[in-house]
Design a protein around this ligand. Structure first.
Ligand code: 0X9
Ligand code: ZN
Length: 358
């Protein structure tokens, strides 16, 4: 991005250095402003509930997401248990939602998280949509809850998320201050802070960088809380789905090497089935591949750790809508419900497969 008064200088620089360029968004602020106070679409009818504010026609704040969790557990105490997995740096509760209809902890489990990156607002919006579908529409498809247990951390990085709402829309990291004497460079990329091939490329040890890895593994309260929540159920968790945006990629580990995991074929086959179900709804295309091969090298993300250390076999990073180049992280809120509807189809496929696993 460049401020208007520097556009001419930037273009001159490109031209004098023979650098090719292309305009993606002419006025980023205009796109951000347009997305405030969107008029509710007709699609939300039947989605809104009196006991919480979320309607999936707009991006909601941390407090609304937390209240949604507690409202569901109050309305459906047989299905939903809410706990606090830890505290964020700024002391917000990290909400963990368990959905289970019984089985005394013997059923196979799926662990889902959202909102690791603060600017990827479609992630917690889609994850909460899926939670709502499992719980409020339980009667329509009880098997997705009766055959597996679900664990959701819908907003891993609430401090960054709130900062993206109030101060800086494209903020990515958490909000930890590393050095009281340097408060211009703060925050760690939670998705570079996990202890598996830590700092082996595609992460930064510069606190000013958007991919700052924290200097050491698990320096961040949010990554520690996510780690501990995953480990608590790891022996029966068959799939870990970490929901990000954007790009429409269904990614497998690894990020630190272009080598494939030993069981890549099985991971690819299940991903293909999930993506086929997703695409069947609106034709939204996803590509499938390992992170380092499809995207770029990066190390210390939660999915590599969940597979490499926690031993969860079907571990995916899901990069939701869109493909860019226009909206990217600024996905218009009228795409939340379509994203929820199509992603739910993919999650059903994962749940059916997990239910069968031994
Ligand atoms: O770079 C990331 O952390 C993820 N992309 S994002 O645009 N949401 O920031 C991709 C992480 C992919 N996972 C692995 N490399 N294992
Ligand atoms: Zn992300």
């Amino acid at each position: 991005m460049t401020p208007p008064e520097q556009v001419e200088e930037l273009l001159d620089f490109f031209k004098s250095h023979s650098i090719q360029y292309r305009l993606k968004i002419g006025d980023v602020q205009q796109v951000i402003d347009e997305q405030r106070n969107k008029i509710p679409s007709e699609m939300i009818q039947g989605l809104s509930s009196k006991s919480y504010n979320l309607t999936w026609d707009n991006y909601y704040r941390y407090d609304d997401i937390r209240e949604f969790a507690y409202a569901l557990s109050a309305s459906y105490p047989q299905l939903v248990t809410v706990s606090v997995a830890g505290k964020s740096y700024e002391d917000r509760d990290l909400i963990l939602i368990k959905i289970s209809s019984g089985g005394s902890g013997t059923r196979n489990a799926i662990f889902v998280d959202g909102g690791i990156h603060a600017c990827e607002w479609i992630s917690p919006a889609t994850v909460t949509y899926i939670i709502r579908e499992l719980v409020e529409n339980y009667d329509a498809h009880p098997q997705y809850v009766d055959d597996v247990d679900w664990f959701f951390m819908p907003l891993v990085n609430p401090d960054g998320y709130e900062f993206a709402h109030t101060e800086s829309r494209l903020w990515r990291k958490n909000r930890r201050i590393h050095d009281e004497t340097n408060t211009t460079c703060i925050g760690t990329d939670i998705n570079r802070n996990f202890d598996y091939h830590f700092n082996e490329g595609g992460s930064s040890d510069n606190p000013c960088a958007p991919t700052y890895n924290g200097g050491q593994p698990f320096t961040e309260p949010e990554s520690r809380a996510l780690r501990d929540a995953i480990l608590a159920e790891a022996n029966r968790t068959k799939s870990y789905l970490t929901v990000h945006s954007y790009g429409q990629h269904w990614l497998t580990p690894w990020g630190w090497t272009t080598e494939y995991p030993d069981d890549y074929d099985a991971m690819f086959a299940l991903a293909s089935d999930a993506v086929a179900a997703l695409t069947a709804v609106y034709g939204t295309v996803y590509d499938i591949g390992s992170s380092a091969n499809l995207l770029y090298a990066n190390s210390g993300p939660s999915d590599d750790w969940a597979k490499g250390v926690a031993g969860i076999p079907y571990t995916y990073t899901i990069e939701l809508r869109d493909q860019g180049p226009v909206y990217g992280f600024l996905l218009p809120p009228d795409q939340i419900i379509p994203s929820g509807i199509e992603t739910w189809e993919a999650f059903k496929v994962i749940a059916e497969a997990v239910a069968q696993m031994v």
